[in-house]
Design a protein. Sequence first.
Length: 384
Amino acid sequence: MDIPCLWIFAAFCVLSVYQVNTSLLAPVLKLEEKILDGESTEITCSLPTNETLDVVLQIVAKVNFSECRNDKGPPPVTTCQLDATSQMHGTEVTCEAHFVAKSKTEIIYVHTDPKFTDCPEKVTWVEGHEETLKCKAEGYTPPVVHCYFNKIKVKEGEKFNVSRSMAGRQECKAVNSFDMTSTKVTVTVEYKPKILNLGAVPLPPVPEGENVTLTCEAEGIPPPTYTWEGPSAEIQTSPDNRTITIPGVKQGNYGTYVCRAQNKHGEDTQTLTIYQPVKPRIYKFEVVPPLPLSKGDNVTVTCEADGLPLPTYTWETPVSETTISPDKRIISIQGIMPAHQGNYTCIAQNTYGVDVQRMVITISGNVMAVIPSPASSPTASESY
């Protein structure tokens, strides 16, 4: 083989090796680990080789680079400066070599403040129902949204049971690795009525001829409406129907009145009875143990009366060394002695009258006897 042929063959071999080597090389693209909104970042593209190659590297993206520098190497490197903005979030970047070898595609992630995109200003829920709060935010890294209902923390999209304590002006927060932001949500919690108080002025019992006013107070959202049921239609109602007045009470007005509070979520009722006053009447006045009594016996004297309102009791006794029960109905004598003999008077009294009964306990030797008072028999009564 002559010399010109050898040179041509050698050149062909060198070119083949070059093509094989370059075809195996792929550009490597490198981004800074954390790219911040509003700051400059550096993007580099290089070929992993120690050889000097006639290659042009180009960083390709749908953004405008402020500056690019080329270094022939080895290794060959192209470096571009980019002023990052939130609009570049998600932009794809690649690096190309002139022999059409491409790097692995990388994505630019621009760290941005979280921002609420879909969060209601007002919500209305019903107590006891299951709800979720839809409050969306965007940003990078993707923000996590929590809302705080007093002491209850709820994650966005999480299911929860509504309680009345959640009502009010509440705060939602969106937090990511870059920053935090918050917004306010006004929460209204509706619930069925509950009657807090049903009262009368004056309080029962109510004498005939007096005026009486009944007032019903309930809570609930929406505010409840009121209706009444009772034995008589002869009543006067307030504009909001919370109050009724019975002028000059008659026999037909006595009985039970029902207040009903209603809204779209339910109702509640309470009753109040208007009744006529009754003066006291003593229906039981007795000594235990029964006759005959012995000196030293433990003795109780009991007085019981009915009436409306319920009567109170007072006693008149010959000595003060007696024990009276808390309700004043019973006197106890521990080891009865001659000093305890005499008149025992029970007085039952309320606003509308008095009833009185008395008995006389006398001693004959060691034997005690209960003797009617000269002025009254044991079953006699006095009213004032």
